[in-house]
Design a protein. Structure first.
Length: 93
């Protein structure tokens, strides 16, 4: 039993350090819609999270209406622009 627990702990730690799970999602569509979070706010949150040593999942995307109108590229580019400006090259790892 002890060997099993030790192996489980080793596997857990290996999984944790190799995959580096994210500590949170930033920019999710519900927050953008319900709380009116702009891309600039998302950029500030992203910068603050990375400065605090957190790993994040950055969410971008268009609404159904924007997708049907063929605006996907323009919308996602506009969402990413402030975030790219707020980050350093070393943040993209």
């Amino acid at each position: 039993m002890r060997a099993f627990l030790t192996l489980s702990l080793v596997l857990y730690l290996t999984h944790y350090y190799l995959l580096r799970p994210a500590n949170g999602a930033i920019g999710h569509s519900e927050r953008r819609t319900l709380f009116h979070e702009t891309s600039e706010i998302v950029a500030q949150k992203t910068r603050a999270a990375l400065d605090s040593g957190l790993s994040i999942i950055l969410c971008i995307g268009e609404t159904l209406k924007e997708r049907e109108a063929g605006e996907t590229a323009a919308v996602t580019k506009a969402q990413l622009k402030p975030i790219v400006e707020a980050l350093k090259e070393s943040d993209w790892t």
